[in-house]
Design a protein around this ligand. Structure first.
Ligand code: G3H
Length: 563
């Protein structure tokens, strides 16, 4: 426990709940010895002893990792007493030899591009993915409840993540059908007859982040698979057990070696990359980790990287902003899932003329955000899963305070165990760590400005380039920012928080924020390459091509139309 770094100066409004204290935050955790509510969907610890390698659930006899929830029990009522995190289960920490068995398996499934999976017809691959989708849908409740306990996404948001993933799967199938239909005809150009299709690239290493452990893993895994690539998934560092209910579905829906699922840490991913047998790295996480993985590959020019990396998206609140809408979006953008989204608003530039109004409204809004356990109805702020995160955020706030920033909302800076109260720091300056570091938590720095060049210089000078939000209603002021800003980031949001969705929109970033573009259709392109079969239009060639097509002798050279 620690006290607030600086006292709030925002005045309390009479009709709002009193700000939290560390003691009151502690009372939000379950109490030892008392039954959990039914909504907690509690479960007995899961002993996940297997990994999926070469179509078999291999028993792992070695080192195991204990998986704890960020939710713990408090001994004694009234928020006093010790805090014991709940043990959720155990899962393997594989070694290099196991990792290389998965590489061998993926390599066999690829078979230099001649394996059954990479040469299979699109319609048949789609049938495998549809079979998997049916099996996955049947495990929804288990996946959602484990996700809720592992990373403390609220029940509603964890359910949303599952459903969004299922929808992404269905949309991916539809997008591939469209792509295949468009490629099922010949192109005739300058007397040359050609059929142009997208072909797979080879074994893919797929790693998703802890904040979207299911969805952002599947957003690369499924397009990679359906395009004919064998895949090795290394489960996220947090959000591993939620894969347990899906292991059999993966085993049963796909041929051996096509999907391999490994639990472990850098001790397995480095050797996988160093083997030189991975052709695509699909990674969502920090740029430091991505760089280390890329550099471990002996032939980096052969490696395609699809990366979603760091971001520090700014919101610019102009003096012409609609404050109701701006504050609602700023609260969502800064604090949904506790600010643990790569697209979260992580810097807010607010025009001096509207600053006091903005801070007061943010304070009011934050006090309406329910803090609690992820099963609590309407909860918005939940325990943070990364070990030591509260202490890190506290350091950021203290550092800001030491450089002249104040906590500008009631209860800001308060924390207890894994719960951290949403915090607004103002004024933030370049001397502060929070100005530069991606906080990935519920602390938002506010920078007052009078000259629009202040936020513009920040965005231009930033090493990141994912998205930006502009809040304002004056068409001249907003338009003046749009043209220069679209060349700094990859999505400019008007009067709205930053976000990835809808998933059919291109999602990417400039500078250190991303490599490759993800969306339902873009992802299919990321995991494939255009290949064509071409022949001069001589009578003999036409007869040859017709015979191949008529007798369906090739999966690639085919004018079958998927209905
Ligand atoms: O964490 C990064 C995610 O891509 C953000 O996605 O905007 O849908 O929450 P979202």
């Amino acid at each position: 426990m620690s006290s607030q770094p600086t006292a709030s100066t925002a005045g309390p409004a009479a009709n709002l709940a009193a700000a939290h204290t560390p003691e009151s935050l502690r009372t939000l955790f379950p109490v030892a010895g008392q039954p959990l509510p039914e909504a907690a969907h509690a479960f007995a610890p899961i002993e996940q002893r297997t990994c999926l390698i070469d179509g078999r659930l291999e028993e792992w006899p070695g080192e195991m990792q204990q998986v704890f929830s960020p939710i713990g029990e408090i001994d004694g009522t009234g928020g006093t007493g010790g805090f014991t995190p709940r043990l959720l289960g155990r899962c393997p920490i594989l070694d290099e030899a196991a990792a290389l068995r998965a590489v061998d398996a993926a390599d066999r499934a690829w078979a230099d591009g001649m394996g059954a999976w990479p040469t299979m017809g699109v319609a048949e691959r789609i049938r495998h993915v549809e079979d998997f989708a049916r099996r996955m849908a049947a495990r929804r409740t288990e996946v959602v409840r484990i996700m809720m306990w592992e990373i403390c996404k609220s029940w509603q948001d964890a359910s949303g993540e599952f459903d969004r993933t299922m929808e992404y799967l269905r949309d991916t199938i539809d997008a591939l059908k469209d792509l295949d239909r468009a490629s099922s005809r010949f192109v005739i150009e300058k007397g040359i007859y050609a059929q142009i299709r997208r072909a797979p690239l080879g074994p893919v290493l797929c790693m998703g982040p802890y904040n979207y452990p299911l969805n952002e893993t599947f957003c690369t895994l499924m397009p990679a698979l359906i395009m004919g690539n064998p895949v090795i998934v290394k489960t996220p560092r947090l959000g591993r057990l939620l894969y347990s209910p899906l292991m059999e579905a993966f085993r049963d829906a796909f041929p051996a070696g096509v999907v391999n699922i490994l639990h472990g840490d850098r001790r397995i991913v480095k050797p996988i990359m160093a083997s030189g047998r991975i052709n695509v790295l699909a990674f969502i996480g920090s740029s430091t980790a991505a760089d280390a993985l890329r550099l471990a590959h002996p032939h980096p020019h052969r490696l395609r990287c699809v990366l979603g990396l760091d971001a520090k998206n700014a919101g610019i609140v102009l003096d012409c902003a609609d404050m109701d809408l701006t504050v609602a979006e700023a609260l969502q953008g800064s604090f949904s899932f506790n600010g643990q989204r790569c697209t979260a608003l992580k810097m807010l530039f607010v025009h001096e003329k509207r600053l006091e109004e903005f801070l007061a409204r943010m304070d009011e809004g934050i006090r309406k955000l329910r803090i609690g356990m992820p099963w609590d109805e309407g909860v918005r702020i939940t325990p943070l899963p990364v070990p030591g995160k509260s202490a890190y955020l506290d350091d950021l706030v203290r550092d800001a305070a030491a450089h002249g920033g104040r906590v500008a909302n009631s209860g800001g800076g308060t924390h207890a165990e894994t719960l951290y109260h949403p915090t607004v720091v103002c004024p933030a300056t370049p001397q502060m760590r929070v100005y530069h570091e991606e906080q990935f938590g519920p602390v938002i720095p506010v920078i007052p400005f009078t000259d629009i060049e202040t936020p513009v210089r920040y965005v231009v000078g930033s090493q990141y380039g994912q998205q930006l939000s502009i809040f304002g209603n004056d068409p001249d002021d907003v338009a003046r920012l749009i043209d220069p800003m679209v060349n700094q980031v990859c999505r400019v949001n008007i009067n709205s928080q930053c976000q990835r969705g809808p998933d059919t929109f291109p999602f990417t970033g400039r500078k250190d924020s991303a490599e490759g573009t993800l969306s339902v259709s873009d992802a299919l392109r990321c995991f494939s390459i255009r290949t064509l079969v071409a022949a001069k239009g001589s009578d003999a060639n036409k007869e040859l091509l017709t015979s191949i097509l008529r007798d369906r002798r090739s999966n690639f050279l085919s004018n079958d139309f998927i209905l």
